[in-house]
Design a protein around this ligand. Structure first.
Ligand code: RIB
Length: 309
C-alpha cells in the first residue's frame, strides 16, 4: 500500500543568541555589538518550520529542555503547522543554545551547546519509530547524536521511507550511513569534508557528486551559495541558478532550502521545480534577520515565484 505524503523531520532545537556587529572579533579582541536578539533556531527545528510553513504534513522528532524558552518554542512549533507529539521535554536539561555572530556582510559564525538535543538518543528515536514508518520521507541533519541519525536511517529504510540528509554541520560520516541516504544536500564546505574535493566550480561539484554517488546515494544536491545548486541524479548533473536578492543575514537559508525542497518533492514536483521552489523560499529568508523569524509561509513563496515569472 502506498503511503500518504507525510514528512518526518528529526533534529535539533536551539535558542539562538544573535549578536550583530561590524566585523567578527579576532582572538583577544572585543567588538561592541550593534544589536542583540534571542530567536528560535536549531537546524532541525528550522527545517521543520520551513516545511510546516510551506504546507507539508509534518511530524517533528526532537528534544527540548524543561525551561521557559523550551515551552515557548514548543508552542510556536505547533503554530507553524507541525505535529509536535514526537517532541520530548527532557527534565533537568536546558534547551540547546546557539551563539551566533553576524557581521556587516550578513555572514555568520556559530557555536552551539547541545543541551537537551543530546537526549535524542537511539532509544528516544525508537519511541517515535511509527512517525518514521508513517512518513514518505525523513529529513535529518547532523546536530543530533550520529548514532541516532544512523538508527533513524535504518528504520526509514526498513519502512520504505526516503532518507534526505542535510550533512550540516560538516562532520565525517561512515559509509554505512551514506549508503542509507536517498538524497544528500551538502553545501560546498560539507561536500569537501565528505569527499575531499574542494568545490569552487561546476566541474568540482560534478566530481564531488560522483564520489557521493559511488557511496550509494542516488541524488546529490550541492548548494553553492549565490551560484545556486548543483543537482546530480545518478551522475547526470546540472546547475540550477538561484534568485538574486539583497541579503540581510544568511542564518537558516540552507535550512529553509531543505524544508521547502522536500515539501515540494512530496507534492510531486520534479527535482528541478522543487529546487526552484526551495531557491525562492531561501531567497526570501536571507532578506530577513534570524532563523525561524526569517522562514517564509507558502503564500509568500508562491507570490515570489509569480513575481519572478
Ligand atoms: O542553520 C542555522 C542554525 O544553526 C541556527 O538556527 C543555529 O541554531 C544553528 O543550529
Amino acid at each position: 500500500m502506498s503511503k500518504s505524503a507525510k514528512l518526518a523531520v528529526l533534529g535539533s532545537i536551539n535558542a539562538d543568541h544573535i549578536l550583530n556587529l561590524a566585523h567578527f572579533p579576532r582572538p583577544g579582541e572585543t567588538v561592541i555589538g550593534k544589536q542583540y536578539t534571542v530567536a528560535f533556531g536549531g537546524k532541525g527545528a528550522n527545517q521543520a518550520v520551513a516545511a510546516g510553513r510551506a504546507g507539508a504534513d509534518i511530524a517533528f522528532i526532537a528534544c527540548l529542555g524543561d525551561d521557559a524558552i523550551g515551552e515557548r518554542i514548543l508552542a510556536q512549533l505547533a503554530q507553524d503547522n507541525i505535529d509536535t507529539a514526537p517532541v520530548e521535554t527532557v527534565s533537568g536539561e536546558p534547551t540547546g543554545v546557539a551563539m551566533i555572530f553576524v557581521n556587516g556582510e550578513g555572514e555568520n559564525t556559530i557555536g552551539i551547546c547541545a543541551g537537551a538535543n543530546a537526549a535524542l538518543t537511539p532509544a528516544c528515536v525508537a519511541r517515535h519509530q511509527q512517525a518514521i514508518a508513517d512518513a514518505s520521507a525523513l529529513l535529518m541533519q547532523l546536530e543530533s547524536p550520529l548514532e541516532s541519525v544512523l538508527a533513524a536511517a535504518k528504520m526509514a529504510r526498513a519502512s520504505q521511507t526516503q532518507v534526505i540528509l542535510n550533512p550540516a554541520p560538516a562532520t565525517p560520516l561512515d559509509d554505512e550511513l551514506l549508503a542509507l541516504v536517498d538524497i544528500i544536500t551538502p553545501n560546498e564546505t560539507e561536500a569537501e569534508s565528505l569527499t575531499g574535493i574542494a568545490v569552487s566550480n561546476d566541474d568540482d561539484a560534478a566530481r564531488a557528486a560522483a564520489v557521493l554517488h559511488a557511496k550509494g546515494i542516488p541524488t546529490v544536491l550541492i548548494t553553492l551559495g549565490r551560484r545556486g545548486v548543483w543537482l546530480s541524479e545518478q551522475g547526470k548533473g546540472q546547475r540550477i541558478a538561484g534568485f538574486t536578492v539583497k541579503a540581510v543575514d544568511t542564518i537558516a537559508a540552507g535550512d529553509t532550502f531543505n524544508g521547502a525542497f522536500i515539501t515540494a518533492r512530496l507534492e510531486g514536483q520534479s527535482l528541478h521545480d522543487a529546487v526552484r521552489f526551495a531557491h525562492a523560499a531561501a531567497a526570501i529568508a536571507v532578506t530577513r534577520p534570524g532563523a525561524q523569524p526569517s522562514v517564509p509561509w507558502r503564500t509568500e513563496i508562491d507570490e515570489f515565484l509569480l513575481q519572478q515569472g
